[in-house]
Design a protein around this ligand. Structure first.
Ligand code: 5GP
Ligand code: ZN
Length: 114
């Protein structure tokens, strides 16, 4: 997608602090971190939101979630805990329409979220 911010990070057209990359995924630091660890894990293929997922996408969704868990473990926050969030559309506050899993950790968090 030509105009998508996260596709531009994937293509290195805008800078991103990339912490993990493979053939299908990228993980990078959120530009406006809300916790000591705040990363975004994204598929390299442009998918707008969870609403656009199809039957064949189960593998990529699993890979995104498992990568977030692996990074949390590497950073030493898996035992204490962390939060993973997919925001979808207006009511959840989605602002970038390329699926991204937020990985937030390194501090205590409250529930319910705002
Ligand atoms: P959403 O609100 O769509 O769930 O989350 C979008 C996230 O992308 C926000 O946490 C925001 O800080 C982050 N973000 C927006 N623009 C950029 C950018 O140019 N670079 C990076 N690394 N993160 C961004
Ligand atoms: Zn995109």
């Amino acid at each position: 997608m030509a105009d998508c911010l996260f596709c531009k990070i994937i293509r290195r057209e805008i800078p991103g602090k990339i912490v993990y990359e493979d053939d299908e995924l990228l993980a990078f630091e959120d530009i406006n971190p809300q916790a000591p660890t705040h990363l975004l894990v994204i598929p390299k293929r442009h998918i707008e939101s969870l609403n656009a997922l199809e039957d064949g996408d189960d593998q990529i969704v699993g890979a995104i979630v498992r990568r977030a868990a692996a990074i949390a473990k590497e950073r030493g926050i898996s035992g204490g805990g962390y939060r993973t969030v997919f925001n979808t559309n207006r009511d959840a506050g989605q602002t970038v329409f390329h699926i991204h899993l937020h990985l937030l950790g390194g501090r205590g968090m409250t529930w319910p979220p705002g």
